[in-house]
Design a protein. Structure first.
Length: 73
């Protein structure tokens, strides 16, 4: 996105007139928005995976407790 904005701002002429710095600024803003969105998705997926580990640990602890209590009888 950053490269596309920079490339379109350096073109000498376009069908919409000379975009100039506006295209570069749009590319930079679009690139930053994509970067923030990527970080947000990464954090969300990482948190989801940690919840899966929590549920697996709960299952393992429940199973071990059940085996321990059944061995006492």
């Amino acid at each position: 996105m950053l490269v596309a904005g920079a490339a379109s701002s350096s073109r000498p002429a376009s069908s919409f007139g000379d975009a100039g710095p506006a295209a570069f600024f749009g590319g930079v803003v679009g690139g930053l928005i994509m970067l923030v969105y990527g970080v947000f998705v990464f954090v969300f997926l990482y948190a989801y995976s940690e919840w899966m580990y929590v549920f697996m640990d709960i299952e393992e602890n429940t199973r071990l407790t059940n085996e321990m209590l059944s061995a006492r009888k």
